[in-house]
Design a protein. Structure first.
Length: 357
């Protein structure tokens, strides 16, 4: 079975794949450093994602661009850039075509449903629903044997999701406001955002498997390419007849931000981090989005956070600390991922070649 979990242990002797002139367990310290870098990178990426949500909502509200046109330009441009950057590492093998296609379809659903959901439901609701990604990702990863439940993950995810919900629902509970007064009128938009989280959770699990065989840049580049192909076909059927296909110049700044910052830089970082952290840990960082989204709305839309939003933000931070903590030190390589190739490994130098098994 493709998802079969493998367990790897550190070498028992200094001669077992030890770097020349180094200590036998130097790779353990290197992996710990990579985990810390992954955590820091994901915090930055999710912050930029949240700001992108605010910018997208502003663009859809104040410019004539439609959601599908903005998404089409973003996906196609990012795919071209990422495939170009990954070309030095070659293309995926034909036997993995369906794996990349499935991941690309999930990624396409994630992007398309998110922009539609933001357009219908708004920034705050979108940011609140995003933290369901860790729950979905963890459930899928456990079902396929990629991860195991532990106390830290369960407690951390519980804190983070509860805090994210409290960002929006806390004030309704404390003040007695109705859902309509809180702006939750779009059931379709909410359903799109929930489906968006399910699609991305499955995508994280698929990416985790592909990262065992390919460079993270190759993985995200070709997933983006397949997602762009799906989007082109969808745009042909769902774009309004007679509507403008050109991107309005007012939307160009946000388009550049989405392509260069969110898509290229953000998803390369996520793909690389997925080699050093579990899939559920990666998705748990989406719990930062409600807090950052509230702050972004305060800065760009002059909307100040409330007491409920502040309390929810603190719970989110507590949840993230639990989720990313590793109380037992470096475990066996998480989720069946093989250890990072060491210096002198000619088959996969710097983690960029294929791992043949």
């Amino acid at each position: 079975m493709w998802f079969k979990k493998a367990h790897f242990s550190p070498p028992t002797t200094p001669s077992a794949r030890a770097p020349a002139g180094g200590k036998p367990f130097d790779f353990v310290d290197e992996e710990r450093r990579n985990k810390r870098l992954a955590v820091a990178g994901l915090v930055i990426v999710q912050t930029l994602f949240s700001l992108g949500t605010v910018f997208v909502k502003w663009t859809l509200k104040f410019t004539p661009v439609t959601p599908i046109i903005l998404l089409l330009y973003r996906e196609f441009s990012a795919a071209v850039i990422l495939v170009g950057l990954s070309s030095r590492y070659g293309a995926p093998l034909q036997k993995h075509f369906w794996h990349f296609l499935a991941a690309g379809f999930c990624f396409f659903l994630n992007q398309a449903l998110f922009i539609v959901g933001v357009d219908l439901s708004g920034v705050v609701v979108a940011s609140c629903i995003q933290p369901s990604q860790p729950i979905v990702t963890l459930a899928i990863a456990v079902l396929v044997g990629q991860e195991r439940l532990d106390t830290n993950k369960c407690v951390g995810l519980g804190f983070a999701v509860f805090g994210a919900v409290w960002v929006v629902a806390g004030d309704m509970l404390m003040t007695g406001k109705s859902a309509a007064e809180a702006g939750k009128n779009s059931v379709v938009g909410d359903l799109c955002l929930i489906a968006n989280c399910v699609a991305m959770g499955l995508c994280y699990v698929l990416v985790k498997q592909l990262n065992k065989m390919y460079s993270p840049l190759v993985v995200i580049a070709w997933i983006y390419a397949y997602a762009a192909v799906f989007l082109v076909f969808i745009a042909l059927f769902f774009h309004p007849v007679g509507a403008e296909w050109l991107l309005p110049k007012q939307a160009i700044p946000v388009y550049l931000y989405l392509v260069l910052v969110v898509s290229v830089m953000g998803y390369i970082t996520i793909s690389w981090s997925n080699r050093h952290l579990d899939s559920s840990q990666i998705s748990s960082f989406t719990c930062l989005q409600p807090m950052v989204g509230v702050l972004g709305a305060a800065v760009f839309l002059s909307e100040m956070p409330t007491v409920g939003e502040a309390l929810g933000g603190m719970l989110i931070i507590a949840g993230l600390l639990f989720t990313v903590s590793d109380g037992k030190g470096l475990k066996h390589v998480p989720s069946g991922r093989s250890l990072e190739p060491l210096e002198g490994d000619s088959t996969a130098r710097n983690g960029e070649g294929l791992r043949r098994r």
